[in-house]
Design a protein around this ligand. Structure first.
Ligand SMILES: Nc1ncnc2c1ncn2[C@@H]1O[C@H](COP(=O)(O)OP(=O)(O)OP(=O)(O)O)[C@@H](O)[C@H]1O
Ligand SMILES: [Mg+2]
Length: 267
């Protein structure tokens, strides 16, 4: 059933092969993406707005359907083993909805109960996450009363309730203030290091990705342009390893859009 993956090495946590997706309006969001992410990596998916990052995350976490391709997470086929995959992964998607009348602490406890924790365990896990994400002052607030940054913290906390082995975080730090962002990266880095959790996140804060992530992929208009280490990307772009990821990324994106303009003019 998975002819491509039968040849793959052990130690791969997320495998994606030739993933394609078009939306009914004709937008070709993914044009055949291949990605292989080893267990325990802190991996960041980069690309301009509309590149296809959220589409990819939604498909592999079964929030959206692919057109074609194959993918496995921790050896689980998410499309056919839905109970298994829900326990294995945590997701904070870009357009997560929160129950507006739910309160922060109650929602965290409820999430724990959904994942099979006892009342006491769910309460204790909720307290841990409230403390980890500095949400103590918000714990009795309805989500409709939370600021944008605090909503994102809650999304991330909810994704972590059941100690997932793989975390998918789509622009988790949008709207967080600088201190909250620093805390967020610290929490996720610790989780990655101490529990060997694999992290796949998207971000537009390239300085932070440069500092904390070990590997990256770059997607532009539904196509994979690079996948590997961040230092390797700087070499790929032909800039020195001392250049920032921000500069390397901009250099590459500008060269690609210049190429596209020249090709359009020739047509
Ligand atoms: N529900 C949808 N219906 C139609 N087109 C969509 C839908 N969702 C995404 N698209 C289109 O698919 C393409 C990829 O969008 P996607 O949201 O995956 O990009 P992204 O890389 O996550 O962008 P951003 O950085 O802005 O979050 C875009 O052209 C977008 O307009
Ligand atoms: Mg997105």
């Amino acid at each position: 059933m998975f002819p491509y993956f039968s040849k793959k090495n052990m130690g791969t946590e997320i495998s994606i092969h030739n993933l394609t997706k078009s939306y009914p309006n004709g937008a070709k969001a993914l044009k055949g993406i291949d990605l292989e992410i080893k267990k325990g990596k802190f991996f960041t998916l980069l690309g301009p707005n509309g590149a296809g990052k959220s589409t990819l995350i939604k498909i592999v976490t079964t929030l959206s359907q692919k057109d074609s391709g194959e993918f496995l997470i921790g050896g689980i086929n998410p499309e056919s083993e839905s109970a298994k995959i829900q326990n294995y992964i945590g997701i904070a998607s870009q357009d997560n909805e929160l129950d507006p009348s739910g309160k922060v602490e109650d929602l965290l406890v409820f999430q724990g109960r959904l994942f099979g924790l006892s009342k006491a365990e769910a309460f204790s896990r909720a307290q841990e996450l409230i403390s980890l994400f500095h949400l103590s002052n918000e714990k009795d607030k309805k989500t409709s009363a939370l600021s944008g940054g605090n909503k994102r913290k809650l999304h991330c906390a909810l994704a972590l309730v059941h100690h997932p082995k793989v975390l998918f975080l789509d622009e988790p730090t949008v709207g967080m203030d600088p201190l909250a962002r620093a805390n967020f990266w610290e929490v996720i880095t610790q989780l990655n290091k101490t529990q060997n959790a694999t992290v796949l996140l998207t971000t537009q804060y390239l300085d932070e990705a440069d500092k904390y992530a070990n590997e990256m992929a770059l997607i532009i208009e539904g196509q994979l342009h690079y996948s590997g280490t961040i230092a390797g990307f700087k070499e790929f772009v032909n800039l020195s390893a001392s250049m920032s990821l921000d500069d390397s990324y901009l250099h590459y994106i500008k060269s690609i859009s210049k190429q596209n303009t020249t090709n359009d003019e020739k047509r």
